[in-house]
Design a protein around this ligand. Structure first.
Ligand code: 5GP
Ligand code: MN
Length: 338
């Protein structure tokens, strides 16, 4: 995003606009934190801003300031379509391909609104009028901070904005430990705490609200963990039957994939989660170092993401999906062998 773009956006925002802000489907902490952070910023200028999420998200995200104003497209399609149709500006946050918003895609494509992308995933599509895309960024929340700073409005960051942006930076960096966490990330985090983000409370709200059933599900996931030492790979499976047995709720499996990566010597971890509702196996992939799970997911599992964290899907059944997974490992022998 260059100085010209920033000046044009400044001009656009200098008078009240009808604005829609959109996170990706199955939004995570960064998606909800960044959209709400931007929402609280825009509200101060009397814009009519609405966040429309493609679908619902886990309860552990449902405490952020004005989170309850977020509309869900899946349950309010008509109302949302009218808002998208009437929008002068659409911000798309934490994704870079319109296929990531599911069946909202058609309405957004049809809309004549000026589109602004803020995102840190690899290989962005070319749908936005203004694109702030930077794969080196820890999180979209860090980019929203930078965006507000580029607009010369750091002094407008209040405790609501700070709380939302802190949350997304924390969740997308694995609590400030992934390699994408820079000294600049920490400087921003420091500033957000100064502006009213209560770091300890935010951590509790996100991570210390487990149900007993979720911990039992984690126990099952860990006992299903398999290791393939010759490829420094570990993977977990969870069938729909197992999810049902432990009263699965959206978000319950968040972070499970990282346990594989915590094993000594393992640099590639996967989790395969069966979904009868979507009739797919949902796949999360994580890696350490240069091995790109984004590339593997794009090539074999219809997904994408970042070098060290990506998602994808399989339309095969669980056994066939695992067979496919194991059969492609030799292709990556070079990267995965010690
Ligand atoms: P997760 O495994 O937590 O669902 O996703 C890991 C990362 O990959 C996130 O940044 C997420 O946005 C991205 N991602 C997840 N699923 C998909 C997908 O199906 N397609 C693409 N392009 N990215 C995905
Ligand atoms: Mn993100």
């Amino acid at each position: 995003m260059n100085a010209n773009d920033i000046n044009s956006i400044k001009t656009l925002l200098s008078s009240p606009k009808a604005i829609v802000i959109i996170p990706h489907k199955n939004p995570d902490g960064d998606a909800i934190g960044s959209t709400l952070g931007l929402f609280h910023y825009l509200k101060q200028f009397n814009h009519k801003a609405t966040i429309i999420a493609p679908n619902d998200y886990p309860d552990f995200l449902k405490w952020m300031p004005e989170e309850d104003s977020i509309l869900k497209y899946e349950s309010h399609k008509e109302n949302c379509d009218a808002l998208i149709d009437g929008a002068e500006l659409i911000f798309t946050l934490d994704f870079n391909a319109l296929s990531r918003i599911g069946n909202m895609e058609d309405s957004v494509v049809k809309s004549n609104a000026i589109k602004i992308m803020i995102d840190h995933h690899q290989q962005p599509d070319d749908y936005a009028t203004y694109m702030y895309s930077d794969v080196s960024m820890s999180s979209t929340c860090e980019m929203v901070f930078n965006f507000i700073e580029m607009l010369g409005d750091v002094d407008k960051i209040n405790s609501a904005i700070a709380t939302c942006l802190y949350t997304g930076i924390m969740t997308d960096t694995g609590s400030f430990r992934f390699p994408s966490t820079t000294s600049n990330t920490h400087a921003i985090i420091g500033e957000l705490i100064e502006k009213g983000a209560n770091n300890s409370e935010i951590h509790n709200n996100i991570y210390d609200t487990n149900s007993y059933a979720r911990l039992q599900l984690l126990g099952r996931a860990l006992s299903n963990l398999k290791v393939i030492p010759e490829y420094r790979t570990a993977y977990i499976t969870l069938t729909q039957e197992e999810l049902n047995k432990f009263d699965f709720k959206k978000g319950d499996t968040e972070g499970f994939v990282n346990y594989g990566l915590s094993l000594k010597g393992i640099i590639f971890a996967a989790i395969f989660i069966e979904s009868h509702q979507d009739d797919i196996i949902k796949i999360s992939l994580r890696s350490k170092g240069a091995f790109s799970v984004n590339e593997l997911s794009r090539s074999h599992f219809n997904g994408g993401g970042h070098t060290n964290a990506a998602g994808g899907r399989s339309e095969l059944n669980m056994t066939e999906t695992i067979d496919k997974f194991i059969s492609i490992l030799p292709k990556y022998k070079q990267d995965l062998n010690p």
